[in-house]
Design a protein around this ligand. Structure first.
Ligand SMILES: [Zn+2]
Length: 394
């Protein structure tokens, strides 16, 4: 069944060649997708008859945006860390070590429980408009548990990331653990992975270890990404750029030199900002607008995880990007859709160009500005993925 929508009050295409401004906005628009779920046409609604014989669905002047691309999540885990959150809110600072407690709960959980938990969070994300989701392992931290985490991730998305190097378990020596990650663990996880990632930070892995891990993944055919400068300034961002990673994530303590490096590699390496993690750890917010003005390609993502950012909501993250990271609503929308797609090296999602997937969100709002303007409010009327309405109704 093909899809035809008209009377779209405000259509964000992210294709400047077919609409106004950098977001390619068309007012009073129509959109047609084929029966394979690909977009055939977007344009002024009075032209829709030229592109479909079907009776178009009336959107009653609502806004439509591309489906969100959440390029950074850790949704394969068991248990929660509400007590740690409570302690942190009482004043105890966030450190990487809390991962250890989720590791124990994850190891103790059945495959079925791990899978149900991840599916629940993926569905929660879909309900707020996320149509492409990256999912990492990283709470198993043994060959067996990383492999089953990756299997669960693969059952949810094709954007799967092996993050055996999330943290070294306390009962293993750091160097032995790195050997395990680049050896047996990588081999076991490879069939389920598209990407490899490493937490390069104080209390996690050194720059040297991170380089070894990313190089081993790249050699095995995986794309690379890095958790960089979340807990303090480090050489991780510059190293990521040098290695040509698809994305340097967090960038909480980014320096001017890091910004320069990222700007010089803006076609290759995206800076993925995770403002909900700053919010929930009471960390400093990097200046997203300044980074964009300096030429950095910026994505926004949730970092959904039980320790430092337990949210699946991209609209909420957009609000934080605007209100606390200085981004304009246009920049935040672009970074949450096309920016996320670029962080995953995808061109078929994150935009509504002809040939792209018909992944879109129908908003109960007259424009995308309302997403930032009304923080925490669900304004999703319907979510369409691959041309089919999967949440709400059209
Ligand atoms: Zn993360």
């Amino acid at each position: 069944m093909s899809l035809a929508l008209n009377n779209i009050g405000h259509l964000v295409t992210n294709d400047p060649s077919i609409g106004n401004g950098p977001l390619g906005i068309i007012n009073n628009a129509g959109l047609v997708a084929d029966d394979e779920g690909k977009i055939i046409w977007c344009g002024p609604q009075d032209q829709i008859d030229q592109y479909t014989e079907a009776q178009p669905i009336d959107c009653y002047g609502c806004a439509i945006i591309p489906g969100f691309v959440d390029s950074h999540t850790h949704i394969v885990f068991a248990g929660d860390r509400a007590t740690e959150f409570e302690a942190r809110m009482e004043g105890i600072p966030y450190e990487a070590g809390g991962i250890q407690s989720t590791m124990m709960a994850t190891r103790a959980a059945s495959d079925e429980l791990l899978s149900l938990n991840a599916q629940h969070l993926a569905y929660e994300a879909l309900c707020s408009g996320t149509t492409t989701l990256e999912v990492k392992s990283g709470y198993g931290l043994s060959v067996r548990d990383e492999e089953r985490s990756m299997r669960v991730a693969r059952s949810i998305t094709s954007e799967t990331t092996f993050l055996g190097a999330h943290l070294c378990p306390t009962d293993v020596k750091q160097d032995d653990y790195v050997d395990l990650v680049v050896g047996e663990m990588l081999t076991a996880c490879l069939p389920y992975a598209k990407w490899i990632d490493v937490f390069c930070d104080r209390g996690a892995f050194s720059a040297e270890q991170s380089r070894e891990i990313l190089n081993a993944g790249a050699k095995a055919g995986l794309g690379t990404r890095i958790h960089a400068s979340q807990l303090g300034p480090s050489g991780a961002i510059k190293m990521g750029v040098e290695l040509g990673v698809a994305s340097c994530d967090h960038c909480t303590h980014i320096t001017d030199l890091d910004i320069e490096a990222l700007a010089s590699a803006s076609d290759t390496t995206v800076a993925t900002l995770l403002p909900a993690a700053e919010l929930c750890t009471r960390g400093p917010f990097p200046d997203g607008r300044h980074m964009i003005e300096q030429g950095v390609t910026v994505a926004l993502a949730t970092d959904c995880n039980p320790g430092s950012s337990y949210t699946t909501s991209m609209p909420f993250v957009m609000s934080l990007g605007v209100i606390l990271m200085g981004m304009t609503p246009d920049q935040a929308l672009w970074s949450s859709t096309q920016g996320g797609a670029q962080a995953l090296r995808r061109t078929d999602v994150g935009n509504l160009c002809a040939g792209s997937r018909a992944d879109l969100v129908v908003l109960d709002a007259p424009s995308h500005i309302h997403l930032a303007y009304r923080p925490g409010v669900n304004q999703t009327r319907a979510v369409v993925r691959g041309g089919k309405c999967v949440v709400g109704a059209l």
